[in-house]
Design a protein around this ligand. Structure first.
Ligand SMILES: Nc1ncnc2c1ncn2[C@@H]1O[C@H](COP(=O)(O)OP(=O)(O)O)[C@@H](O)[C@H]1O
Ligand SMILES: [Mg+2]
Length: 313
C-alpha cells in the first residue's frame, strides 16, 4: 500500500513559534514511517513550498499555535490549495482563538464562564471602575494569544493598569476576567460528529508560578500534571460534557482541548485550543498515554479522524 504523504506544518510567526517547532519535532519523530512519508514546512519561510508541492500532499498536519496558524489563516490557505488537513476549519479556528467570541458561544450553550470586561487599544478606561465591578483579583489577557503570553494576574487598580499595558503589547483587544479560584483541568476531545474524550488532566501549578504561565507550561517539572485527574465520577462526566459542548458549539473538527477551572462544584470554561501543544511535556500526549495510546497511536487516530471527516466549517 502506498504511504500517506503528510506535510507537517510547524513554526510560523506567532508568539508561540518556538512551542510550535517543538510540537513539530515531537510529531515528526513519532509519525510511523511504515505508514507515512513526512515532509516539513515552516510557513514563516516556506509558504511557496506548500503551493509548489500541493499535488504531492495527501494530508497536512497543522501544528502551528497562535496567530496565522491556529486562527484560520493557514486553514484557509490549505483549503484554497485543496489540501486536506488535521484539525478545525477556518470558522471554528477563528472563533476558538478569540477568547471573547468563544466565551459568548459557550454562554449560549449554557456553559459557565468568568465575568469579564473588554478593552480595545486607545479606549479610555478606569482601572478602579473595573476593579469595582469585577472584583479585586483579575486576570488580564490578550484576546487572541495563547501560551499565557502577555497575561497577568492583578490585585489592585495599579497592577491592573500595568497588566493592561503589558497585554496591549500583544494584542489590540484585551480581556479582563474575574479570577476564578479553584482547581484547573483540561480535557481533550477527539472526533467530528461522534465525539470521544481522553482522560482529564489536572494541572497543579508550582507555587513559584502564580498560574499556568509560559514557563510552567513548557519547563518539565515547573508544574505538576496528573492524569487521570483525581475527581469524582460526576465531576468527570461534567467536565467531559463541557469539553464536548465547547468542541460542538465552536464547530471544531478532529481534535480540541478545553481548559477549565472547577470552583466548588461549578465548572468555568477558560478556552478551547484547536491546535493543542504536542511537545514532550504537553497535555494531550500525556492524556493519550493515560488512555493507553502512545504518541504514534494518537497521531494515527488523529489522521484517521481527519480523513473520515473532510467537511469543515
Ligand atoms: N479567569 C481566570 N481565573 C483563574 N485563572 C485563570 C483565569 N484565566 C486564566 N487563568 C490561568 O491562566 C492560564 C492561561 O489562561 P488561558 O485562558 O487558558 O489562556 P492561554 O492558555 O491561551 O494563554 C490558565 O491555564 C489558568 O492557569
Ligand atoms: Mg490555556
Amino acid at each position: 500500500m502506498d504511504k500517506l504523504r503528510i506535510a507537517l506544518i510547524a513554526g510560523g510567526r506567532s508568539g508561540e513559534r518556538e512551542v510550535s517547532l517543538r510540537s513539530g519535532d515531537a510529531v515528526y519523530e513519532a509519525l510511523d514511517r511504515k505508514k507515512y512519508d513526512v515532509s516539513r514546512y515552516d510557513p514563516r519561510d516556506d509558504l511557496i513550498g506548500l503551493i509548489h508541492d500541493r499535488e504531492k500532499i495527501d494530508l497536512a498536519f497543522v501544528l502551528l499555535h497562535g496567530r496565522f496558524g491556529e486562527d484560520g489563516c493557514i486553514q484557509g490557505f490549505l483549503q484554497l490549495l485543496d489540501i486536506p488537513f488535521v484539525g478545525s476549519g477556518v470558522l471554528a479556528s477563528a472563533m476558538a482563538i478569540h477568547k471573547k467570541m468563544s466565551k459568548d458561544l459557550y454562554r449560549l450553550a449554557g456553559l459557565r464562564v468568568a465575568e469579564d470586561a473588554m478593552l480595545t487599544r486607545g479606549e479610555v478606561f478606569s482601572a478602579g471602575g473595573i476593579v469595582a465591578s469585577l472584583g479585586n483579583t483579575l486576570v488580564v489577557k490578550p484576546v487572541s494569544e495563547g501560551s499565557s503570553l502577555g497575561m497577568s494576574i492583578c490585585r489592585s487598580p495599579e497592577e491592573l493598569s500595568k497588566g493592561i499595558e503589558e497585554a496591549f503589547h500583544h494584542d489590540n483587544e484585551i480581556m479582563i476576567e474575574r479570577f476564578v479560584q479553584g482547581r484547573e483541568f483540561t480535557c481533550c476531545v477527539l472526533g467530528n460528529t461522534v465525539l470521544e474524550t481522553l482522560p482529564i488532566v489536572e494541572i497543579i501549578p508550582n507555587p513559584e508560578h502564580p498560574f499556568f504561565d509560559y514557563t510552567a507550561k513548557y519547563t518539565p517539572g515547573a508544574s505538576k500534571e496528573i492524569c487521570p485527574a483525581s475527581i469524582s465520577e460526576d465531576e468527570r462526566k461534567d467536565m467531559e460534557f463541557c469539553a464536548k459542548e465547547a468542541h460542538r458549539v465552536l464547530r471544531c473538527s478532529v481534535w480540541s482541548r478545553t481548559d477549565m477551572i472547577l470552583q466548588d462544584d461549578k465548572i468555568y470554561i477558560l478556552e478551547t485550543n484547536t491546535v493543542p501543544g504536542m511537545t514532550a511535556t504537553s497535555l494531550v500526549p500525556l492524556a493519550a498515554r493515560a488512555a493507553g495510546m502512545s504518541m504514534s497511536d494518537l497521531l494515527d487516530r488523529l489522521i484517521e479522524i481527519s480523513l473520515e471527516g473532510q467537511e469543515k466549517t
